[in-house]
Write a new protein. Sequence first.
Length: 284
Amino acid sequence: MFTVITAFILLQISICQFIDTQVSYEYNKSQIKDDEIYILDEFTNLVEKYYNISNFSYEHNELDIPIKIHFIFETIYFSGESNYKKIGCQFIISNSNDQFYYNKNLTLPYYKGKTIYHNESTYDALASLFDYYAYLFIAYELDSYKLFLGNYYYSKALEVCSMGESLGSASKWDSRMEKIKEIKNNEYLRIARFTFYDIMDKMYVEEYNDKEKNELAKTMLENFKFIHNKLGYDKNTLKFIDAFHKEITEIFIMFKIKDGIKFLYSFDDKNKTYYEKYLSTNEN
């Protein structure tokens, strides 16, 4: 029977931003017993469901951002023989692309019957942590649609950090706040990222001429160089280039911007071998 509850769930799923959430885990077998694994299953299912049904942006309900979360559970804190109250863990959260973040030394409140609801005006040690990443990923995604479109959601992430500093672990939330500011304030990378996506959208569309696309490619390179000159080997820029190094190289080759590949070769050590073959080809 199609109930009102079913309709509500379907509506929520249709308007959320993260419908492809994959949560996995491993655990310390010396600290967590086999008959306690069900607690980890319940917890990870709760996190996955939270992302799958929560609406973090009523203005942008068309987003479909993939999220991968991998937990490393270290211990379960019990207050009695069978009553658990906290979980000690680490986790890595990623958009399967150029964003991935590692969290360590976490103690998360979790007990039987614990649920989490999205309420942006209230601090919750669990919900607020995952809200922070939701806003960060949404902001990053929107920045690829329009230049600086993600500003509002970077600010939302900063608001969560401010609540966390007051009501949670100040040092951890202060670190997360600095991370957001680092990303938001790096306008050179934001311009380079948006320009990259703009080029990719226009790459094979005839109404945009090659001269226009060539200028965009030069703008992307120019901003990469600004980053190198002002910030050095910025880790967020290196993450982005690593995720899309083949596509960025293809753009520079297509528009015969040899200086672009030379820059990548000198800036991105991780993919040096890949760039090297194109440099040697161009020199012959």
